[in-house]
Design a protein around this ligand. Structure first.
Ligand SMILES: Nc1nc2c(ncn2[C@@H]2O[C@H](COP(=O)(O)OP(=O)(O)OP(=O)(O)O)[C@@H](O)[C@H]2O)c(=O)[nH]1
Ligand SMILES: [Mg+2]
Length: 420
């Protein structure tokens, strides 16, 4: 079914959908005042040259295949790109070339320019790097600059190129590296605190001669945000990644997860829809990157033993998109497909369909033709309730009696929800 088709005639029976009786999802339509406006986030991508920054950016946001990244040249200075993510989030990606001369420049002349107003720092370590000590020393300097200018920034550390480590050793190598990075981060925080403390002592005892005042961290100058250093905490998450498997999608889905505006609204509405259509699981993907924006899992679905199924689905659907592009001769960044169905005998059924202008939705449910068809109709019918995903002014509120009502309210339909 294409995105243009609508479902206004053949609908579920009036008693068929548990939990949706008033034509609303999640307790009523989302009003514009409940929704946050467009958000811009400055995202720094840093790490030494060749660690894989541009590769992952190109795969996630520009539809590159992993093998295409071999052709990427070293990034000169900073490669700035603006990625529109859903309708109301713009990621300003600063892909910072990692050659030493550039790194030194970011830490000195460009310090305030690079490290001010940062929402997220993504720091990438090449697990194959020979000079770990030097990499960690650079990392400490970057963290110091970050906390100096953007204390609230979140830090994501990716231990990258894990495919180059034998599978049996990956876990151990990752755990060791995580311990090292955490230790270095704590050291950076301690240096920063000491520096800030001495700065405040300096200002309190400014009557002392200059030579008696403690020196702060070399290269660090005081910033307006450095006034309360004692409660400094760095919100940090670490991931093992590789461009050759789904691990990249897991890390990047976590990175964008906290940035997406109106997440609570999305989650509530997905949960109501999931329960109403008797699904096991619902995943909401961003249209270009196929990163999972939000998900809902039923109690039954929670028993699924495959904890990595979300990033696997991102990877599978993106590969499928590439395959479609290859065989149709259309550019990779075009839509490629509007719907994908999979019925696994008496195990489960699922479909993936274009949902709003910026999203695809995956619905997984127990088998059954009637349940499947009904779910598809109902997913189509609730699209207007999720229009806010396409940005401000995209039909945030739908009056009761809108499409949901018409889809659910007609008696004597051909479609029934079964087995609920
Ligand atoms: N084996 C392996 N190679 C990778 C991975 N990610 C990237 N690479 C390779 O690493 C090389 C360098 O990648 P880039 O993305 O250009 O590195 P960069 O961090 O942007 O480097 P600069 O722009 O100089 O800072 C490319 O040949 C990629 O194919 C990975 O996960 N595994
Ligand atoms: Mg690069």
């Amino acid at each position: 079914m294409s995105d243009q088709e609508t479902t206004t005639t053949t609908t579920a029976g009036s008693g068929g959908l548990a939990g949706v009786t008033d034509g609303s999802i999640g307790g009523g339509p989302t009003t514009p005042t409940q929704l946050k406006k467009v958000k811009k986030q400055k995202v720094l991508l840093m790490g030494k040259s060749g660690s894989g920054k541009s590769s992952m950016r190109s795969i996630i946001f520009s539809n590159y295949l992993a093998r295409d990244t071999r052709r990427l040249g070293a990034t000169i200075d900073i490669d700035l790109s603006h990625v529109k993510f859903l309708g109301n989030l713009t990621l300003n990606l600063w892909d910072c070339g990692g050659q030493e001369a550039f790194m030194e420049n970011y830490l000195s002349q460009q310090r305030a320019h690079v490290f001010s107003n940062v929402g997220v720092l993504i720091y990438i370590f090449d697990i194959e790097s020979r000079d770990v000590e030097r990499d960690l020393a650079t990392y400490v300097n970057i963290i110091l600059a970050l906390v100096q200018y953007s204390r609230e920034a979140q830090v994501f550390v990716l231990i990258h190129k894990m495919d180059l480590i034998p599978p049996t050793m990956r876990e151990e190598v990752f755990v060791q590296r995580v311990a090292l990075v955490r230790k270095k981060t704590a050291e950076a925080v301690a240096i920063f605190r000491k520096g800030s403390l001495s700065q405040s002592q300096q200002s309190q005892s400014s009557h002392l001669p200059q030579s008696h005042q403690q020196q702060s961290q070399p290269g660090a100058t005081t910033s307006p945000t450095a006034t309360l250093p004692q409660d400094l905490e760095i919100g940090m998450q670490l991931f093992a990644t590789s461009i050759w498997d789904q691990s990249l999608y897991k890390a990047w889905a976590s990175i964008i997860h906290d940035l997406v505006p109106n997440l609570a609204v999305i989650e509530t509405q997905l949960a109501s829809m999931g329960a109403a259509i008797d699904a096991d699981e619902i995943l909401l993907f961003e249209r270009i990157s196929f990163l999972v924006v939000s998900k809902w899992t039923s109690r039954e679905g929670d028993n699924n033993p495959y904890g990595d199924r979300f990033e696997r689905m991102s990877n599978i659907l993106k590969s499928w998109k590439h395959t479609c592009s290859k065989f149709t001769g259309t550019p990779r960044n075009t839509e490629q497909f509007s719907e994908f169905e999979y019925k696994m005998g008496n195990h489960f059924s699922m479909f993936v369909t274009q949902f709003t202008a910026n999203t695809y939705i995956l619905v997984c449910m127990p088998p059954g033709e009637a349940r499947f068809n009904s779910a598809k109709l109902n997913v189509a019918a609730v699209r207007p309730w999720f229009k806010f995903l396409d940005g401000p002014g995209s039909g945030t509120a739908v009056a009761g009696g809108g499409p949901v009502q018409s889809a659910y309210g007609t008696a004597g339909s051909n479609y029934q929800v079964t087995g609920s």
